[in-house]
Design a protein around this ligand. Structure first.
Ligand code: NDP
Length: 329
């Protein structure tokens, strides 16, 4: 039995290349107890880094990239999963250290899988994917720190990206007023449709700023890092919370402690990769409940597995809007 997969290889002179390959099922990783027939995977920023070799995301070669997928269990020696179960996987180093979702089949550890919420089909689940689920984790972080709609505006950075798009839609559905920070003001109609009330140009945040700035935001969902995150913290209102999940501008944080010690601002880190199972299931269930399927249609572009290499490059260049779902079949 063979199947199609994207495969990343590294040559002796350390050049990374990706190609579409036919792979025998016997080559699937041994350290897994569940085989899944994949319906859909997605392209995330991290997959872009892996496929293009732009950053050392892949920990061993050859590697099938793809940090998330949705599909149906075809074989299982794990007591928690039976043939026919509909499942989702995201994170756990899949697509980095363990073969991932940009393939027609995956063999993974049963404890990495979660049951697909019933109200979502596989396509919708991947329209949400890691980005939507991470956006929900960020919103949950704001809620945990008691940021309420009546407290004021929420800033979402990297607005046109997967995380940003979903953060806008989720926050708006919960009744928050969202200000989108974007380098693509020409996409404002799209951001408004998702629920953004207004926007600012990301250049207002991306340069070095003051340690403490005018208080503007009750909360922030930041997918960008670097000066943007530092400025977002400096502009957060007394007692507000900044949920930090990304590094699209950079992984540095050139900030001071002033917002934290003078305004009691909370910087809440958000990790989707190793989040505990209960938190994952909660985030997936909440997002399935709060967003209508029409939102996914606005955010998603569907591509074939054969297009994934080209689109990975475009993603890193910031040319892709919203989410990319990959039909692996
Ligand atoms: P996308 O590539 O879809 O979106 C990133 C967005 O950031 C772009 O659309 C763009 O938005 C903005 N952007 C891009 N380059 C820059 C720049 N140089 N300066 C400022 N803004 C920039 O990525 P995702 O939404 O999938 O992911 C966003 C970030 O979150 C990534 O860094 C990713 O690695 C991280 N992430 C982290 C997770 C975690 O577990 N912590 C999970 C998922 C993602 P616009 O054009 O509107 O300005």
């Amino acid at each position: 039995m063979s199947f199609n997969a994207l495969l990343i290889n590294r040559s002796e002179d350390k050049k990374v290349s990706a190609s579409l390959e036919t792979i025998d099922e016997s080559q699937l990783p041994e350290d897994g107890d569940v085989i899944v027939d994949i319906d859909y995977s997605t392209l995330n920023y991290k997959d872009g880094l892996a496929i293009t070799g732009a950053a050392p995301v892949v920990r061993k070669y050859p590697m099938v990239p793809g940090i998330d997928f949705a599909g149906t269990v075809s074989e299982s020696s794990n007591p928690n999963w039976q043939t026919g179960d509909k499942v989702i996987l995201n994170g756990w180093g899949v697509g980095e250290g363990h073969w991932g979702g940009l393939a027609q089949k995956a063999k993974v550890k049963g404890e990495w899988l979660i049951a697909k919420p019933e109200r979502l089909n596989s396509y919708q689940a991947m329209a949400i994917g890691t980005a939507g689920y991470t956006a929900m984790l960020c919103v949950m972080a704001l809620q945990k720190h008691d940021v309420k709609p009546e407290d004021g505006e929420i800033l979402v950075t990297g607005a046109n990206g997967g995380v940003g798009s979903f953060a806008i839609a989720i926050l708006s559905a919960y009744g928050y007023d969202v200000v989108a920070s974007t380098g693509r003001p020409e996409e404002m109609d799209y951001l408004t449709e998702l629920g953004a009330k207004s926007s600012i140009n990301r250049s207002e945040l991306s340069e070095p700023g003051k340690p403490l700035d005018k208080e503007r935001w009750a909360g922030v969902v930041d997918a960008v890092g670097s000066h943007t995150l530092a400025n977002a913290c400096a502009q957060t209102k007394y007692g507000g919370t900044v949920a930090a999940c990304g590094l699209a501008q950079g992984f540095d944080l050139p900030a001071t402690v002033m917002p934290f010690i003078l305004r009691g601002v909370t910087l809440a880190g958000v990790d989707s990769v190793n989040a505990p199972l209960a938190k994952r299931q909660e985030a997936w269930d909440k997002i399935a409940e709060i967003l209508s399927p029409e939102v996914y249609e606005k955010v998603v572009k569907k591509i074939a597995l054969s297009e994934a290499i080209d689109v990975a490059g475009q993603l890193l260049e910031g040319k892709v809007r919203g989410r990319v779902v990959v039909d692996v079949n």
